[in-house]
Design a protein around this ligand. Structure first.
Ligand code: ZN
Length: 390
């Protein structure tokens, strides 16, 4: 019971801690809905669609999941559902009260379903995955008939993750991948504004400390819904961060489509990875309705920067060095193709500020010594570790 409550308390503590910025007149600036996740399922949960969204039960005769597995699933489901409502820095007391009520409702729904989800092979996909899947089938289905047979599945892994299984024509994504990208993009957009508009010299340390718990949760078992809720400055900033994440997710899924339609079952060589990236870039640029090329440039540059940070932290935690150098080189190739397009100076400034921030953090993470990594790990587990809450 205590553990269950900790899932809500953390969310509420964060909402409570949100300072009331603004004068309260910005009525619709404090909260906004993000309909691309599980919003519709939540809205229609009384019609039975919700249970259709989570159709997998523990099969008869199978072992009942461990308590901690249930708690991990509970935190992830709770956090994923809750993220349909975004809180900004302009939230009033009333907005924050609404967010808390929403969080409680999401927890209640999550409790009803978490047990069944632990043993699930696949979940019904969140709305964003359907949107990208439909769009990709439309973009390449005529040229590559096999694309029409591809099925997208979702799982609950706390990773920036998508993987293709060409033999089965399946693509697996984590429901959390887009949620992580949105969190990171909100923080990067905040950093860019702090640098360009406020000339805030604390912007980088703030970006580092805000990103760190989320990055660590990709490697250490955490109570996902206890992680800080990242608020954008206002709803316009959330819209930008949402758009950045949409382009990144489209690219990630298109990359996996490329492996299925171009490569079949062979293990992916650096050459094939480069082909998949080039294919994905082409698809993203042809998307309907079209993404502005400057937004694509920003989104991909920040995506690669974020993935490098993820890899750098993984290396620091494991004490080894991964083989990510070739990935960095081939991705620079994707970006240089985009640089050939003409991009407005202001967008260039936004992109390069965010990219520079990510590079500086990457450098910091690469320089971490073992003692500092051990201290970070301990502190993270004290604050957000799953077992600390049992
Ligand atoms: Zn690949």
């Amino acid at each position: 019971m205590a553990a269950d409550e900790s899932v809500t308390e953390s969310a509420e503590a964060e909402a409570e801690a949100a300072p009331a910025v603004g004068d309260g007149s910005a009525l619709y600036q404090g909260l906004c809905w993000d309909a691309d996740g599980y919003f519709f399922w939540m809205a229609q949960r009384n019609t039975g669609q919700w249970s259709a969204a989570w159709p997998y039960l523990v099969p008869e005769g199978e072992k009942i999941p461990e308590y901690w597995e249930m708690m991990q699933a509970l935190g992830i489901v709770h956090g994923s559902l809750r993220s349909a409502l975004h809180v900004t820095m302009l939230a009033t007391d009333e907005d924050r009260e609404q967010f808390k009520q929403w969080s409680r409702l999401c927890l209640q729904i999550a409790r009803e379903h978490a047990g069944a989800l632990v043993r699930a092979d696949h979940l019904a996909v969140p709305f964003w995955a359907t949107i990208h899947d439909d769009s990709l089938k439309q973009a390449i289905g005529d040229e590559y008939a096999v694309a029409r047979d591809v099925k997208v599945f979702a799982n609950l892994e706390a990773r920036l993750y998508a993987r293709s299984y060409p033999g089965k024509r399946e693509i697996h994504v984590s429901v959390l991948t887009r949620e992580y990208l949105i969190k990171f993009n909100v923080l990067i957009w905040r950093y860019v504004w702090a640098v360009l508009e406020d000339r805030d010299n604390q912007a980088l340390p703030e970006l580092a400390s805000a990103m760190l718990p989320h990055l660590l949760s990709l490697y250490l078992d955490a109570n996902y819904s206890a992680l800080p809720v990242n608020r954008s400055r206002d709803t316009a900033m959330f819209t930008r961060a949402h758009q950045t994440s949409t382009i990144q997710m489209r690219f990630i899924i298109a990359h996996e489509y490329a492996h299925i339609v171009l490569h079949g079952d062979s293990p992916n060589t650096p050459q094939e990875e480069a082909e998949a990236d080039a294919f994905a870039l082409g698809v993203v640029l042809r998307s309907e309705p079209a993404f502005p090329v400057e937004d694509v440039h920003t989104a991909l540059s920040w995506l690669f920067g974020t993935l490098r940070l993820d890899a750098a932290l993984g290396d620091a935690l494991s004490g080894s060095s991964s083989n990510s150098r070739t990935a960095v080189i081939r991705r620079a190739d994707v970006l240089s193709r985009l640089s050939a397009e003409s991009i407005p100076a202001w967008d260039e400034a936004i992109e390069s500020t965010g990219t520079a921030g990510l590079s500086l953090l990457n450098h910091q993470f690469s320089m971490l010594d073992w003692a500092r990594v051990a201290a970070m790990r301990t502190q993270f587990l004290e604050n957000f570790g799953l077992f600390e809450h049992l």
